[in-house]
Write a protein that binds this ligand. Structure first.
Ligand code: AMP
Ligand code: MG
Length: 182
C-alpha cells in the first residue's frame, strides 16, 4: 500500500510519521521535498528546501514528474508531502493528476492540528525560513481537504483525517498505523 501524508508546516507531521514508521517496519518513508531538493541541487537551481517553492511553476512541474517516477515501482511507501504549496506565482498543487497517477496512492492521510498550536510551533522552529507564508493555517488546512477530495476521486484513495493534539503525537501515529493495516 502507498500513502501520501499531508500536513501544513508546523502541524507535527514529521514527528507523527516517525512514531508510525517504527510500527510499520516494512514501509519506507520518503520525503517528497527532499527528493526534489536532491535533483534541484544537482542542477544548482536551489540551495535549501525553502527555496523549492520559489521555483517557477514550470520548473516545479518538471521536478515533480521526475520525483514521482522514482516512487512508481515501490510497493510499501509513506510519502511525506504537501498538497497546496504557496509560491510567489500562486498556489501550486503538490499532487497534480499526472503525479497522482504515477504514485497511485491508496491512502491520503491528513494530519491536522489547532491553528494556534501550529502558529506557536512555527515561531519556535528557527531551522526553517517560512516568513513568506500568507495563508492562515485554518485556510490552508481547509484547502488541503479540497485537494485531498479531488485526488481521492481520481485515484480511489481513502482519506483519513488525523488530529495531532499537543503531546499526543504517539496516539496520532497509532491511528496512522491502523489505517495502513490491510
Ligand atoms: P517540507 O520540508 O516537507 O516542508 O518540504 C520542503 C519543500 O518541498 C516544500 O516547502 C515544498 O516547496 C516542496 N515540496 C514538497 N512536496 C512537494 C510536492 N509534492 N510538489 C511540489 N513541491 C513540494
Ligand atoms: Mg516536515
Amino acid at each position: 500500500m502507498k500513502a501520501i501524508i499531508i500536513g501544513i508546516p508546523g502541524v507535527g507531521k514529521t514527528t507523527v510519521l516517525k512514531e508510525a514508521s517504527k510500527q510499520l517496519p516494512k514501509y519506507e518513508t520518503v520525503n517528497f521535498g527532499t527528493k526534489m531538493l536532491e535533483t534541484a541541487k544537482k542542477r544548482e537551481i536551489v540551495e535549501d528546501r525553502d527555496q523549492i517553492r520559489k521555483l517557477s511553476p514550470e520548473k516545479t512541474k518538471k521536478l515533480q514528474k521526475e520525483t514521482a517516477k522514482k516512487m512508481k515501482k515501490k510497493k510499501k511507501l509513506l510519502i511525506d508531502t504537501h498538497l497546496a504549496i504557496e509560491t510567489p506565482k500562486g498556489i501550486v498543487p503538490g499532487i497534480p493528476k499526472w503525479v497522482a497517477e504515477k504514485i497511485k496512492p491508496d491512502r491520503i492521510i491528513l494530519i491536522e492540528a489547532e491553528p494556534n498550536e501550529i502558529r506557536s510551533r512555527r515561531k519556535k522552529d528557527k531551522t526553517r525560513k517560512r516568513s513568506d507564508f500568507t495563508l492562515p493555517p485554518e485556510q490552508h488546512q481547509k484547502l488541503n481537504r479540497y485537494y485531498a477530495a479531488s485526488i481521492s476521486t481520481i485515484t480511489g484513495a481513502v482519506i483519513k483525517i488525523i488530529k495531532n493534539k499537543p503531546n499526543k503525537s504517539k496516539k496520532a501515529g497509532k491511528e496512522l498505523v491502523k489505517t495502513m493495516k490491510e
